[in-house]
Design a protein around this ligand. Structure first.
Ligand SMILES: [Zn+2]
Ligand SMILES: [Zn+2]
Length: 360
């Protein structure tokens, strides 16, 4: 069956919005009709080669939709069921999985090596980060879908699959923000906005949003920021001034650049914690001298997919949404079509807006 999709032919090439041939679901697979898909910075990182996966591929990994068909052996899902795509399924058997660190599953991206669909001229297509959500429909292993929680609209639910899990997990699982602590969030895109909301939910007192753009202040404040700073070399000093000369307890870096990681670390108090969720390239070298590492007693932590177990965390997030503590629509600054994804990439590169959401 033919469906429209956004295909990345090669690193650095423009996305092609074109018809592809999608097969029926095989054993253990599910076919999903997308309702919405968020445009995430990782899609851009795949298209510019910062992250590498087999190509050509259909991008998109943050989505939700409706099951339209199931393959042999899939008994727990039926056509008509609402689902959230999970781009990082865990195998349950590898070393991290046996430790319960399913977000580090060594087999999570095995599916990216498979050919799951074909172009009209027969070229094999890979499913990007497993789920190929930039398409009207996709075929994924049943392990890549999670049930839609009650009371959450499908289009909003798409955001739960990457941005919200990542931002929530950075605050709750990685930095473990406690009530009354002070938090600074660097980068006010989709993940940054989710992180600000998560800091508010955690009961943080002062929440500082930092971005290179002066235009995101209203967005940031609506998401929970109590202070807004335009990034500069004065940022650590300004943050100390806002926190009784101490620096914040927790910084979350959502950009993935050396200078921002360094600034985030310098903005924390002695003993403070910095969590990096931004994905940068190998050229981004962060330097520390040995004395400052000792003197400041700070920690710097990497964070993959918010250190989340989606099966455990999605129901918790759904509770926050239903109780009005987590506002998914506030993350979305643009509702677009498949054809608009290239311009959404341009906006991301220019640091504009929060999440662009493709509505099918
Ligand atoms: Zn993502
Ligand atoms: Zn595993």
């Amino acid at each position: 069956m033919a469906v429209r999709a956004a295909v990345l032919p090669a690193i650095g090439a423009p996305l092609e919005i074109t018809e592809i041939d999608l097969p029926d679901p095989g054993p253990g697979q599910v076919r999903v009709r997308l309702a919405a898909a968020g445009v995430c910075h990782s899609d851009l990182s795949l298209s510019d080669g910062t992250m590498r996966l087999p190509l050509p591929a259909v991008l998109g990994h943050e989505g939700a939709g409706t099951v339209v068909a199931v393959g042999e052996g899939v008994d727990h899902l039926a056509p008509g069921a609402g689902v959230i795509l999970n781009w990082a399924p865990s195998c349950g058997n590898c070393h991290p999985c046996t430790l319960g660190e399913v977000w580090l599953c060594v087999n999570a991206l095995n599916g990216a090596a498979e050919v799951y669909a074909r172009t009209k001229d027969g070229t094999g297509l890979h499913p990007g980060l497993n789920v190929a959500a930039f398409a009207e429909e996709t075929v994924v292993p049943a392990s890549c879908v999670l049930p839609l929680p009650d009371g959450i609209p499908l289009t909003d639910a798409a955001l739960l699959g990457c941005a919200v899990l990542t931002g929530y997990g950075a605050v709750h699982h990685s930095a473990r923000v406690r009530p009354g602590e002070t938090v600074a969030v660097f980068g006010v895109g989709g993940v940054g906005l989710a992180t600000l909301q998560a800091a508010r939910i955690a009961g943080a007192s002062t929440i500082v949003a930092v971005d290179v753009s002066p235009e995101k202040e209203d967005l940031a404040r609506a998401a929970g920021a109590t202070e807004y700073l335009v990034a500069s070399e004065r940022t650590p000093r300004e943050i100390r001034a806002l926190t009784g000369k101490q620096g914040v307890d927790v910084a979350v870096e959502c950009v993935g650049r050396a200078v921002t990681i360094r600034t985030a670390w310098e903005s924390t108090r002695r003993g403070g914690r910095t969590t990096v969720v931004g994905i940068g390239g190998k050229d981004q070298q962060v330097t520390f001298n040995a004395l400052e590492i000792f003197h400041w007693g700070r920690t710097l932590a990497g964070c993959v997919y918010g250190n989340c177990d989606p099966a455990r965390d999605l129901p918790v997030l759904a509770d926050h949404v239903r109780a009005g503590r987590l506002d998914l629509t506030a993350l979305v600054t643009e509702r677009i079509t498949l054809e608009d994804i290239p311009s959404a990439f341009d906006n991301m590169l220019a640091g504009k807006g929060g999440r662009a959401l493709v509505i099918f």
